[in-house]
Design a protein around this ligand. Structure first.
Ligand code: FPP
Ligand code: MG
Length: 335
């Protein structure tokens, strides 16, 4: 993908040109969910749905819809379901992480408190279920129900290994599959199911989403070190400080000439009393010298290549190109 094609493909909100109209329809569908009468909850929900995200998941459903057949009304609604589920997980996640800032704005947790944030998340899940039921397709209900379980399991998988300096790649892939890749995969699977593809084709397309989701997580991990807080809309170096050995940390430990020394530095960071800017700089130096950031980018590039390989059976179309561009965007996004 040439940079100019990429620039063309992605508009200012990182929305893909081929499906921009359909994305507006997804946004409409989300904005038109039934709001509760109780105004406190309605207000919290309005604030949750009105800060625009990247709309990665609906883009994935729509482009997959076009690439596997035709984009139907069900793709728009499935895109809205995916985004509603995503928004619900963020509302809950900000409670779990005690996070005050997201997308450059105060979180619902910060503005309305934990109780309203959790219940707003639940409410969005209820609205997502309602939309799903209206699609009259039990397979779609299964796909998204399985994702909800995977999201919970991924989050717990992450929690049980937090602050464990021996946390493994196996753990990393399990939690990343659950927290991130499962929903990406579901978006692709759902889109292909709506177009009634043969099961092996559905699974092949699902795999594109899964690999893309893993790459997305790996790049998210990288941005936790390299992005500016003002661009990223959330604090940086957050994962490591919160006890998470993300992809750059695992790679730094794997390739460090002094693994034990780096382990000790990270453990000092985890003891609040040891945290300081000097310590952070020392850790980042070690990451640099083990080329952890380059290796992280390489890992993401490999996953993106594997994702794009899954697209090869699909006939050529602007939507297939869009999926390739989306993969490239995941690799190159800076926030
Ligand atoms: C963001 O993680 C969080 C997720 C991708 C998933 C969170 C899942 C749950 C809270 C459990 C399931 C919830 C529902 C509603 C089914 P992060 O903290 O690594 O990323 P961040 O920096 O964007 O907060
Ligand atoms: Mg979080």
């Amino acid at each position: 993908v040439t940079p100019s094609r990429l620039a063309q493909a992605v508009d200012s909100q990182h929305i893909f040109g081929q499906v921009s109209q359909e994305l507006r329809a997804v946004e409409q569908s989300i904005r038109h969910i039934t709001l509760p009468e109780v105004s406190l909850l309605a207000e919290a929900l309005m604030s949750a749905v009105s800060t625009p995200g990247k709309l990665m998941r609906p883009s994935l459903v729509l482009l997959s819809g076009g690439a596997t057949g035709t984009i139907q009304a069900a793709h728009i609604e499935a895109g809205a379901v995916a985004e509603l589920i995503h928004l619900a997980t963020l509302l809950h996640d900000d409670v779990l992480d005690d996070a005050d800032l997201r997308r450059g704005q105060p979180t619902v947790k910060a503005a309305f408190g934990n109780q309203i944030a959790i219940l707003s998340g639940d409410y969005l899940l209820a609205q997502a279920s309602l939309k799903l039921s209206q699609l009259n397709n039990c397979r779609l209900v299964s796909i998204f129900s399985i994702v909800l379980g995977a999201l919970c399991a991924g989050e717990v998988q992450q929690a049980v290994t937090a602050y464990n300096i021996e946390a493994s790649w196996e753990n990393y892939y399990k939690k990343s599959n659950g927290k991130t890749a499962a929903l990406f995969a579901a978006c692709c699977e759902a889109a292909a199911v709506i177009n009634q593809l043969a099961e092996h084709e559905v699974q092949q397309h699902r795999l594109y989403g899964e690999k893309l989701g893993l790459a997305f997580q790996v790049i998210d991990d990288l941005l936790d070190y390299t992005a500016k807080q003002s661009d990223f809309g959330k604090p940086v170096l957050d994962d490591l400080k919160n006890g998470l050995l993300n992809a750059p940390a695992l790679l730094a430990l794997e390739y460090s000439p002094n693994r034990q020394g780096l382990q000790e530095l990270i453990q000092r960071l985890w003891k609040a009393e040891g945290a300081s800017e000097d310590l952070e700089a020392l850790i980042l130096d070690q990451f640099q010298s083990s080329h952890a950031f380059e290796k992280t980018k390489q890992l993401a590039e490999n996953l993106i290549q594997e994702a794009c390989d899954c697209l090869s059976p699909l006939p050529h179309s602007p939507y297939k190109t869009g999926l390739q561009d989306l993969a490239q965007y995941v690799l190159e996004r800076s926030y």
